[in-house]
Structures are given as structure tokens and as C-alpha cells.
Ligand binder design. Structure first.
Ligand code: 1HN
Length: 363
């Protein structure tokens, strides 16, 4: 592509403009020319090994002796990002709560989900007054601006994964936060028949208009696992195996407006096809052993490891076991991209890849 002619004093003129808090469009033009082949992946592929994370969580119990206002959550920073975040839009962390602890209620415009790693039926997150018990691998939603607290009246130390849209909310500069009045765990709804979750069942009250957004929600692992098993013999996705999305059971559509949650099964020996997409994703290994190739980097994962795939990075998953399935939970920003028609996906060896314009040399 021919470069537009630049006057010989353009550099000096740029400096002069910048002193006046202006920039010539030609600067953006150079950035856009670089984007002809698409974006560069934001951040790096990276893996946080469970062994390390677990030992630091145990140490965190001493370093932060109580978890009331501040949470004892260790969040994952992508080494390739200048700002804090696991991806440019998402944040993931792992939280620990000791027997007898109560993490006080608060609410924020940040939306979050919890995926239980080491749970107990007596431990619960309360969301807008509704008790959500935390059994192993249950998913619990704390949508934006819902009151949430965590209580552990059991004898078992409990651990779960937190995933939030923090970098997105900070980039949009819309963080709002409110501690629960009186700094304590919130009041509970007296009767389960008042629970919004009760309205998410396939059979619903005819005399009410059901709320569709910001619902407290618990997706029990036993239901999710049964669904994975029921669909295990179907072809699944060539890129993601048996990949299922946790949907809003009332309105349909994504898990939350900013966060999509998936559970996927890679069958023994399954090796998915390579592709890339404009969304980024954070993964947690429920069980199994495998490799996820992201570009040239091999992320070798085992049970309870966490890893990240930046957006627009080529990737493929391999279940290394010949006998056992692998199960991955993940959180992505697909709903954000879909909201603006910006979700794009490119399979390897597709026509569009072959026809993609060559990136011209920018001098
Ligand atoms: C948060 O509110 C929780 O409520 C956990 O459990 C992790 C990470 C960043 C910002 C807010 C919680 C968080 C968080």
C-alpha cells in the first residue's frame, strides 16, 4: 500500500500539536494500518499451577487473619498486561474461607461468578437474601449490584474460584460500591417460596411477571455433570468438544450480560481443531490432564490448574489421557462482544484465513 506523503516538518508539527493536546489523524491511520491482519492478542497465555496457588491460599489465612470486608481472594495477573487483570476484560482469582468465618455483604457494579472447588453443603453465598449452598463444582452467580456475602458455619475450609468483569468496568469507569449497612452478613429472605431462583424452574407462577435479569442463581454440579454425560456421545464442537454454556434460565441468552460461563468435556484422546476468536477466556481444570496450545506455547494442565487464553490467539485443546475424560470450566467475554456485533471467529485453514490481506510493511 502506498504511504501518504508526509511533509518534512511533520515530526516537529506533531510535537507542536501534542503541546496543544491535539493529534493529527495520521497517527491513528498508522495504528489502523497495523490492524489490517486483526488485533494482536492482548496479554499472554499463562498457567497458574494449583500446587502453588493452594500453598499461597493457606499462607494467606495467616497473612490476612480475618476475611470480612476484604476477601481472601488471590487474583491472577496476566504477565503480559500493563493493567491488573487476567485478560483485558476479565479477572479471575481463588478465594479461601475458614470454618466459622463470615465475609460481610457488599454490592458493586462489577458482576461476578463463583465456581466451587472445595465446598460443603452447609457453606453458602447469599445473593439478594437468597441462600446458595456451595457444593463441589456448583456455579453461583452474583450479578451486578446484587448484595452478596459468604458464610462458612461448617468445619471445613472452603475454596472457590471468583471470576469478575473488573477490567471492563474500570475501563468504562463505572465502578460503584456499597458496603451493607452495619457491616455484616445480609438479612435472609424468610421463605424459599420468595426466592427468584424458584421462578427459574421450567414450571412458573402464572400470576407474576418473572424478573429476567440480575437473578441470584445456583447451577448445581449434579445437573451440569448429568447434562455433560447425556451429550458425551454427540459430535460436539470441533474446536471445543462437548462445550455447554450456562444460560440465563428465565430470559435465555448468556450467563450474565458481561460474563459467559462454559463447561466442556474433552473425551479421552480428543484433540480439538485450532481456531481463534475476538473473545478472551479464563479456564479452570475440574478434572483430567491435557495440553492447550496457545500460539507456540504449550500450557500443560492438571486438576485444579487455572490458565488464560488471550483474545485473537490461535489455540487448540488436547486431552492427553487415553482412558479418562477431561473437564474444563471457563469464563469468557463473548456476551460483551456479541452485544456490539464484534464477535469474530477464524478457523485454521479457513478460506478467510487464506484470503486475509497481507499486512503491508510500515516504515
Ligand atoms: C469481590 O467482591 C469478591 O465478593 C471476590 O467475594 C473477589 C476481586 C476483585 C474485586 C471484588 C467477593 C473480588 C471482589
Amino acid at each position: 500500500m502506498a504511504q501518504p506523503e508526509r511533509g518534512k516538518d511533520l515530526k516537529a508539527f506533531d510535537t507542536e500539536l501534542s503541546r496543544l493536546h491535539m493529534t493529527g489523524q495520521w497517527i491513528y491511520d498508522e495504528l489502523l494500518v497495523k490492524a489490517i491482519g486483526g488485533p494482536r492478542p492482548k496479554g499472554e497465555p499463562y498457567i497458574w499451577k494449583w500446587e502453588t496457588v493452594y500453598s499461597k491460599l493457606i499462607e494467606a489465612c495467616e497473612a490476612l487473619p480475618e476475611s470480612q470486608t476484604a476477601r481472601r481472594s488471590l487474583v491472577f495477573n496476566n504477565p503480559g498486561l500493563e493493567t491488573h487483570g487476567t485478560t483485558h476484560t476479565l479477572l479471575m482469582g481463588i478465594q479461601i474461607i475458614k470454618p466459622g468465618e463470615e465475609a460481610w455483604a457488599h454490592r458493586h457494579t462489577i458482576a461476578a461468578i463463583r465456581f466451587v472447588i472445595q465446598g460443603d453443603g452447609n457453606v453458602y453465598t447469599t445473593v439478594d437474601g437468597e441462600i446458595c449452598p456451595m457444593e463441589d463444582y456448583d456455579l453461583i452467580l452474583t450479578p451486578k449490584w446484587t448484595w452478596h456475602d459468604h458464610r462458612n458455619p461448617s468445619k471445613k475450609t472452603t475454596i472457590w474460584l471468583d471470576a469478575l468483569d473488573v477490567p471492563l468496568i474500570l475501563a468504562l469507569n463505572v465502578p460503584f460500591y456499597e458496603p451493607y449497612p452495619g457491616n455484616r452478613a445480609q438479612a435472609l429472605k424468610g421463605d424459599e417460596s420468595d426466592y427468584l431462583q424458584q421462578r427459574a424452574a421450567p414450571v412458573r407462577p402464572t400470576w407474576e411477571r418473572t424478573k429476567t435479569a440480575n437473578l441470584p442463581m445456583r447451577y448445581r454440579w449434579k445437573d451440569t455433570e448429568a447434562q455433560l454425560k447425556a451429550l458425551a456421545k454427540t459430535a460436539g464442537s470441533p474446536y471445543d468438544g462437548i462445550s455447554l454454556e450456562y444460560v440465563n434460565p428465565v430470559a435465555g441468552g448468556s450467563t450474565l450480560p458481561t460474563l459467559g460461563c462454559w463447561i466442556q468435556m474433552l473425551r479421552p484422546g480428543e484433540h480439538t481443531r485450532r481456531h481463534r476468536h475476538t473473545s478472551s477466556a479464563m479456564y479452570f481444570v475440574v478434572r483430567g490432564e491435557g495440553t492447550t496450545m496457545v500460539g507456540e506455547k504449550a500450557l500443560e494442565w492438571q486438576q485444579h490448574d487455572s490458565f488464560v487464553i488471550p483474545n485473537w490467539a490461535w489455540h487448540e485443546h488436547i486431552n492427553r489421557s487415553r482412558s479418562d475424560e477431561a473437564i474444563l470450566f471457563s469464563v469468557n467475554d463473548i456476551p460483551v462482544l456479541n452485544a456490539f456485533g464484534l464477535y469474530r471467529e477464524e478457523p485454521e485453514n479457513s478460506l478467510s484465513a487464506v484470503e486475509a490481506p497481507q499486512v503491508p510493511k510500515v516504515s
